[in-house]
Design a protein around this ligand. Structure first.
Ligand SMILES: [Zn+2]
Length: 169
């Protein structure tokens, strides 16, 4: 496990990809020129794009690394094929395994061949950042800012502290 939670009643592995995936996925056609892929990556400050065919089906992934390390004219020349993908109901612990054990930075979420979302390491990090646990009753609240009041026991904001412990770090 990459992360350990204290007071845990609902761990990351009980959540599914759909709950935290980015839905507005920026993708690119396989017949697009490599310059277009470079512009999309630069403009959106992302490091990889799902590649789709004319039907909108996922056929590959193109990353900053592909653009720097390989030569070609079209996205299809440079992209990686045989992309690992997950479905919207894949458990987040499986996603976490993929992102760590397979040394990939992002995984497309696919339904019926179409990309419906994407999950990156930063999505998992944001998930941890948004998780607050009440010191008094153990209730878990998800928000960017600390909750002003515990919805379960009514404890004040001071009862909430981030509870992430990263062993060995
Ligand atoms: Zn509480």
């Amino acid at each position: 496990m990459l992360f350990t939670y204290l007071n845990d009643t609902e761990s990351i592995d009980e959540m599914q990809a759909r709950e935290i995936m980015t839905r507005s996925v920026i993708s690119i056609r396989e017949d697009a020129r490599v310059e277009e892929a470079a512009r999309l990556l630069a403009r959106n400050r992302i490091s990889g794009l799902p590649v789709v065919n004319a039907d909108g089906s996922l056929v590959g992934l193109i990353t900053e690394h592909d653009l720097i390390a390989k030569q070609g004219r079209t996205v299809a020349d440079l992209m990686s094929r045989g992309v690992i993908s997950v479905s919207a109901d894949t458990d987040l612990d499986q996603v976490q395994h993929l992102l760590t054990n397979q040394r990939i930075r992002r995984v497309p979420v696919v339904e019926h061949g179409k990309v419906v979302g994407i999950l990156s390491r930063s999505d998992l990090v944001r998930q941890i950042a948004m998780r607050w646990v009440c010191d008094v009753c153990g209730e878990i609240v998800r928000s960017l800012d600390p909750p002003s009041k515990c919805p379960l026991c009514g404890a004040e904001e001071s009862a909430f502290a981030h509870d992430v412990v990263q062993p060995g770090m």
